[in-house]
Design a protein around this ligand. Structure first.
Ligand code: G6P
Length: 609
């Protein structure tokens, strides 16, 4: 949520920053801005996407070798030119970009207004800028002014700051919101995530909470905001530029849907020991004992990750017999949950930066629980905050609507469930059967993708619908939720996911001849029950789009459209049944002319509460 890029070196900062902002645009795209600070401060900002900023920057012919840029997801203040970042002080000395929320901004603003500060925007960020300026007038030292201001700030921030009076310094700091330093040769960078600077350097330092970085062209230092020098470890970014490009697909989302045979495999590669029917999870070594003895597992997550947690509940209870609860992170952290040291709390997060999930993990740890992260982004806050974890290895996910991260999360959950099952009640033979079924999944996903054109033509037919209903039972109830979420996120069609049998307690009232109803009806032990639910829809003229098992000869009689998926173990079917739903949402959105990769009002990584 909000993207930050900072540059100090000898290159044209404008082009470094604009390229970086384009790569970060998936984090937020309400407005964008850039400030260069060589000699004087030049600021250019625009409501809308980075391309609007690019036009304005070209017209203004901005030049310089020190600068900061920002792409915004609005929290305080409407997404217009004035509220866009960077913000400056009244004398145009310092410029600042910010990701996060300054919670005590109103009190600070009042203080500053009494001192004569006048504000142009409605943002908390402008308040922080002026606040730093108020220290700067006394200290005449940017680093010190930033440090003193941050000591009094409550809330979350990732910031980058420059001053015209110190044209050799770029300052960054973070608490809650992610920020890293890119270490180059004769140049250094700040960025919210590595994709922004990958074409310049692979060497990054992930800043810790309450840590600052002071960058010059040729060096850097890091320290806490309490002025203690910190040791910074340089990490090498593993993914390459190709993985953050569209690679011939029209949209990142479609590319990421098509990556799933590989990304699913990348999650279990080297971890699944098929011949022994078990798994090796090196990342969980520090907590294996606790995990084996867990009395209860609590999943906490948001959005799509919460849906994979629901699947996790069913699978772990089935294989290992451990009670599992699933909590929205935003509810968990504020409802004083009962947690004991025998509980294991598993946070699921693609970005590893979701503010609520991060806070939930901190809360669980405070209460003595063991915390595990199933996270995609290496080095992210949740990955660092948890006691142990499993990286998904899905590669960067750029499309705002999560697809490949979901199936990779299911892969990681399967591994945990299989591990726990084998330590408790699952025989080696059963373990082997599951492991072999997991190994077949990538080619089964591919088989579904190979039939995308059928889904595309169904999408064309229903693209004008105003509502959609998604029904599933058992393992497919979370998939119904995920299918509905995908559709509403990117096509703005109202969609609801429901447990198929529960439908008659409400949503059935909505069904008429205009209602497409997607029913997941694979051949498992509740197949006949789902068929009955389908008939209830048919009796009210709803249009059935069924997701069924290959070879099912009965279902066609009950459905307008049948999309088949290969046969697998029931607990693995969500990985397959979700693929047609991702494609359906994608093609409906394209048909409606929606911006699939940047749906309105959403952001990829939600780093505010
Ligand atoms: C945002 C994204 C969703 C994602 C959710 C949780 O809402 O748009 O795609 O599922 O955050 O994000 P996380 O990174 O924690 O999985």
């Amino acid at each position: 949520m909000c993207g930050i890029v900072g540059y100090i070196g000898s290159k044209n900062a404008t082009s470094v920053i604009l390229t970086g902002l384009k790569r970060l645009e998936y984090r937020g795209y309400d407005s964008a801005g850039i400030a260069l600070a060589n000699g004087s401060l030049t600021v250019c900002k625009k409501a809308g996407k980075v391309v609007e900023l690019e036009k304005a920057v070209k017209a203004a012919q901005l030049r310089g070798t020190l600068g900061i840029g920002h792409t915004r997801w609005a929290t305080h203040g409407a997404p217009n030119d004035v509220n866009a970042h960077p913000h400056t002080d009244m004398e145009n000395t310092i410029a600042l970009v910010h990701n996060g929320i300054i919670e005590n901004y109103a009190a600070i603003k009042q203080r500053l207004q009494k001192q004569g500060y006048v504000f142009r925007s409605e943002t908390d960020t402008e308040v922080l800028t002026m606040f730093i300026h108020s220290f700067y007038t006394k200290t005449k030292n940017l680093e010190e002014a930033v440090r003193l201001a941050l000591c009094e700030v409550e809330g979350a921030f990732g910031i980058a700051v420059v001053s015209t009076l110190e044209p050799n310094v770029l300052i960054g700091a973070r608490r809650g919101s992610p920020l890293l330093v890119g270490v180059g040769e004769g140049e250094n960078f700040l960025a919210s995530d590595a994709s922004a600077i990958l074409q310049h350097t692979r060497n990054v330092i992930y800043l810790q909470d309450d840590e600052m970085a002071i960058l010059t062209k040729d060096g850097y230092t890091t320290k806490t905001i309490d002025n203690e020098t910190t040791d910074s470890i340089i990490h090498e970014v593993e993914f390459d530029l190709e993985s953050i490009e569209k690679g011939g697909f029209d949209h990142f989302m479609l590319k990421e849907i098509h990556e799933q045979p590989r990304t699913f495999k990348d999650c279990f590669r080297g971890r699944l020991l098929a011949s022994e029917g078990t798994v090796r999870l090196g990342g969980l070594n520090p907590v294996l004992d606790k995990l084996r003895r867990a009395q209860r597992i609590i999943f906490t997550a948001c959005g799509t990750s919460w849906h994979s947690a629901l699947v996790g509940e069913y699978i772990i209870e089935q294989l290992a017999g451990i009670p599992v609860e699933v909590e929205y992170a935003s509810e968990f952290r504020y409802r004083n949950p009962v947690i004991t040291p025998d509980d294991v709390v598993i946070a699921i997060s693609q970005s590893g930066e979701t503010a609520d999930t991060l806070a939930a993990i901190k809360e669980a740890k405070l209460k003595g629980a063991t915390a595990i992260g199933l996270v995609n982004v290496v080095g992210s806050s949740i990955a660092r905050e948890t006691d142990a974890g499993i990286y998904l290895h899905a590669g960067p996910e750029i499309g705002v609507a999560s697809t490949k991260a979901f199936t990779s999360q299911l892969a990681a959950i399967m591994l945990v469930a299989l591990y726990l099952g084998r330590t408790r009640r699952l025989s080696q033979r059963d373990g082997m059967e599951i492991a072999q079924a997991i190994e077949r999944v990538p080619e089964q996903i591919q088989a579904i993708l190979d039939h995308s054109s059928q889904i595309q033509s169904i999408a064309k037919k229903y693209a004008k619908a105003q509502n959609f209903l998604y029904l599933g039972r058992g393992y497919h109830f979370p998939v119904a939720l995920e299918g509905a979420l995908k559709l509403k996120e990117i096509s703005y069609i109202h969609a609801e996911g429901y447990p198929a049998a529960e439908m008659k307690h409400g949503p059935i009232a909505l069904i008429d001849e205009n209602m497409p109803v997607v029913c997941i009806a694979t051949q498992d032990e509740i197949y006949d029950k789902v068929l009955s639910n389908i008939q209830e829809v048919r009796a009210r003229n709803g249009k059935i789009i069924a997701i069924a098992t290959e070879g099912d000869t009965r279902i066609a009689e009950f459905a307008e459209h049948v999309i088949t998926i290969p046969n697998t173990l029931p607990m693995l079917t969500p990985v397959l049944s979700v693929i047609p739903l991702q494609l359906l949402a994608y093609y409906v959105a394209v048909e409606r002319g929606c911006n699939v990769d940047m749906p309105r009002n959403l952001a990829k990584s939600v780093t505010v509460e």
